[in-house]
Design a protein around this ligand. Structure first.
Ligand SMILES: [Zn+2]
Length: 171
């Protein structure tokens, strides 16, 4: 009997969903001697987010089963939180980087932040005992995804110019 204290009763206020992602309380496994650097704490947060993402799959995916397909899905999932708007050609705001009203076009992670994220997760994977040879964050597919996001950004830049040209022609 490890006399665990029962979970604190959640004060049921507001009745909103109880999906508050309980931030994993990491206990004294790590020496708490020095505070984590910004990079280290960011890396830990990314790693936890990825772990949570795998757990939420049906069926859940363990870290050892995880391959680059899961990583790609994870990156696609993250795109919705991105800040780069990619308008479809049919969108009335096509060519406008800052549309005056919301539209349903997808968002993408900026290439730069994707690059940094993958770097952190790649390091975290190996720190958690993963072998560099099977590191799903190092695979070619990830580079492809990075390239796709990068090229979309390039295209958005390009299309902005294109759109201005077309307005010129119309008027
Ligand atoms: Zn749009």
């Amino acid at each position: 009997m490890s006399g665990e204290t029962p979970p604190a009763t959640d004060a049921a206020q507001g009745g909103s969903s109880s999906r508050s992602a309980s931030s994993a309380t990491i206990t004294s496994q790590q020496q708490q001697a020095m505070p984590l650097s910004r990079y280290e704490s960011q890396k830990r947060r990314d790693w936890n987010t990825f772990g949570q993402y795998l757990k939420n799959q049906t069926p859940p995916v363990s870290m050892s089963e995880c391959n680059f397909n899961h990583v790609l899905d994870f990156l696609r999932y993250l795109d919705q939180f991105g800040k780069t708007k990619v308008h479809s050609h049919a969108c009335v705001f096509f060519g406008q980087p800052e549309p005056p009203a919301p539209c349903t076009c997808p968002l993408r992670q900026a290439w730069g932040s994707l690059d940094a994220l993958i770097g952190r997760l790649r390091a975290a994977y190996e720190e958690h005992g993963g072998s560099p040879e099977t590191n799903p964050f190092g695979s070619g597919a990830i580079r492809v995804k990075k390239k796709v996001n990068f090229e979309e950004e390039e295209e958005v830049e390009y299309l902005k110019l294109d759109d201005i040209d077309r307005q010129d022609i119309k008027t």
